[in-house]
Design a protein around this ligand. Structure first.
Ligand SMILES: Cc1ncc(C[n+]2csc(CCOP(=O)(O)OP(=O)(O)O)c2C)c(N)n1
Ligand code: SF4
Ligand SMILES: [Mg+2]
Length: 338
């Protein structure tokens, strides 16, 4: 495909047999990804998807771009290498709650704090799908699974809080089946300079069916979600009659109903650059509304840019030449730095 050709979302589909269970939320995410690639004018040859291991991590096979299906939890290392080797590439990292937050938690931490310019899609289904339904670090307390037959008693991690703690410069949350909102969110992530972290609530219909129904079910979504928009007061509810107010005594968000002396002016206004607001929003959970959209976005130094500023001579280095520079493990001729 030529670089100048305008591609439609169908051009980003591959001929590979899709191995996800019928009805899995991953299909919708794949579609949203393909849409976002078309909408942002992505070129197949300049785009790379890098994943770890899990059902979610099969996504690179199904997107007509370059891709690496790597090893469990280590996609951040490979994706960082890809971006450093060729900063012109658009890098997308696909991971699951197990891949990214169990075995890969350490690697995820470092890619986020470094702010490498890439997009990270964390498919959160609160379970290990591929290995047949063991509970994961995001599984809510009481989750029954082969590894927690009496119900889990772990304290689950909130992916967005983890990302915020690691210093992420872009944190968003979306829903697998939201074919209108999710591609827009992915496009915003793509436009961001630095690591864009998006948690996508994903329905594993086999091992954790409808686990997010209390948040995503359409019939009540306006009551159970708050769409956060920079500069706008935090309003929600089917009649837009509810909002979130900061309790200055407890420093927590509380839900209030507008009227009876409470007006929009009492509500907290979303400021995506404020990490304190991000910390409050990202941790909201039922019975409070769950925050959706761009929760945090700031400009920070980008690791790959700094890397090339500090290592300009490496730009033209070829792997082949580096390998022929001699035995890199043989350090006998080195002068001791003492
Ligand atoms: C080193 C290593 N340890 C364990 C496994 C087994 N394993 C494969 S995928 C997976 C968890 C996947 O869960 P998640 O990342 O949530 O992906 P999902 O299948 O839910 O999309 C595990 C434990 C492995 N492949 N390699
Ligand atoms: S096991 Fe779950 S996450 Fe994996 S393909 Fe099936 S429905 Fe999807
Ligand atoms: Mg999972």
């Amino acid at each position: 495909m030529s670089q100048t050709q305008v591609l439609s979302f169908k051009d980003f589909a591959t001929d590979q047999e899709v191995r996800w269970c019928p009805g899995c939320g991953d299909y919708s995410i794949l579609k949203a990804v393909q849409r976002a690639l078309a909408d942002t004018g992505a070129s197949a040859e300049n785009t790379v998807f890098v994943s770890g291991i899990g059902c979610s991590s099969r996504l690179p096979y199904y997107v007509e771009t370059y891709g690496f299906h790597t090893i469990h939890g280590r996609a951040p290392a490979v994706a960082t290498g890809v971006k450093l080797a060729n900063p012109e590439l658009d890098v997308w990292l696909v991971t699951g709650d197990g891949d990214g937050l169990s075995i890969g938690g350490n690697h995820l931490l470092h890619v986020l704090r470094r702010n490498v310019n890439m997009n990270i899609l964390l498919f959160n289904n609160e379970i290990y799908g591929l290995t047949k339904g063991q509970y994961s670090p995001t599984s809510r307390e009481g989750t029954r699974s082969p590894t927690s037959p009496d119900g889990s008693f772990d304290n689950p991690v909130i992916p967005g809080s983890f990302a915020l703690g690691a210093g992420a410069s872009f944190i968003a949350r979306g829903i697998d089946i939201d074919q209108k909102g999710l591609p827009l969110l992915l496009a915003d992530a793509q436009a961001h300079q630095g690591t864009a972290f998006i948690e996508i609530l994903q329905n594993c219909i086999v091992y954790n069916k409808d686990v997010f129904d209390d948040v995503v079910a359409k019939k009540q979504a306006k009551e159970t979600q708050v769409q956060v928009v920079h500069g706008q007061p935090l309003i929600y509810g089917k009649d837009e009659d509810k909002g979130l107010r900061l309790n200055t005594q407890t420093l927590a968000l509380e839900s209030v109903t507008l009227g009876n002396g409470i007006t929009e002016a009492d509500l907290l206004v979303h400021d995506e650059t404020n990490p304190i607001i991000a910390a409050l929003l990202v941790a909201l959970a039922p019975p409070m509304p769950t925050a959706m959209g761009i929760i945090h976005r700031v400009e920070k130094p980008v690791f790959d840019q700094a890397y090339w500023e500090h290592k300009p001579t490496q730009r033209s280095a070829k792997v082949r030449d580096l390998l022929r520079t001699g035995n890199m493990l043989d350090r006998r001729n080195e002068v001791s730095p003492r």
